[in-house]
Design a protein around this ligand. Structure first.
Ligand code: SF4
Length: 182
């Protein structure tokens, strides 16, 4: 036991210090929640589709569910089926193997539906481009409403892209797909 206590005293505290409270983010989060309620009047359901990414974008999307961003607390949730979704969040260049699956997922999502392409790969093909194995950008396979560039984009940029899609006017009065990002 003395050895353990000696070790503790010798090592000291190695964990990081508490982060400062993110007051800025809290204000932005409240504005997001108010916007969602004003525009949708309910929660937003998202089906995420990895169409061939390196998983870097998924890590950032996953961060949206952590206690810091807590998007479920804002009224945005990820669902398991496109039939329950209002929006598709698509990452990666679309691999040839995922082309039909992505098209079917889009077809299975009830209208009116929104599509947000996440990451440079989803926006323009990124590092992988178009080839025998890759269809390139998401809009080569399904219509895209908002693109969020970045490799990978930050969780906040992804969230801004989601909100930009929610705030879009009806499809018939839109000039072109919006782009959100740094
Ligand atoms: S944009 Fe970057 S992080 Fe995202 S899938 Fe492509 S290479 Fe990976």
């Amino acid at each position: 036991m003395w050895q353990v206590l000696k070790k503790i005293a010798h090592t000291g505290i190695v964990t990081e210090a508490w982060p400062e409270p993110a007051l800025e983010w809290r204000t932005e989060a409240q504005a997001i929640q108010a916007d969602l309620l004003a525009i949708l009047g309910r929660s937003l359901a998202i089906r995420m589709v990895d169409a061939g990414s390196c998983n870097g974008c998924e890590l950032e999307i996953n961060a949206l569910n952590n206690p810091y961003y807590n998007i479920e607390g804002l009224g945005i949730k990820f669902v398991a089926s496109p039939r329950h979704a209002d929006m598709l969040l698509v990452t990666g260049p679309v691999s040839r193997h995922m082309e039909i699956a992505l098209q079917r997922t889009y077809d299975a999502t009830p209208a009116p539906k929104l599509v947000v392409a996440v990451g440079d790969c989803g926006c323009c093909g990124g590092l992988f481009g178009e080839s025998y194995a890759s269809c390139g950008k998401v809009s080569n396979v399904i219509p895209v409403d908002v693109s969020v560039p970045g490799c990978p984009p930050s969780p906040l940029d992804i969230l801004r892209g989601i909100l930009a899609a929610v705030r879009l006017p009806p499809p018939e009065s839109r000039p072109r797909a919006a782009e959100v990002g740094p």
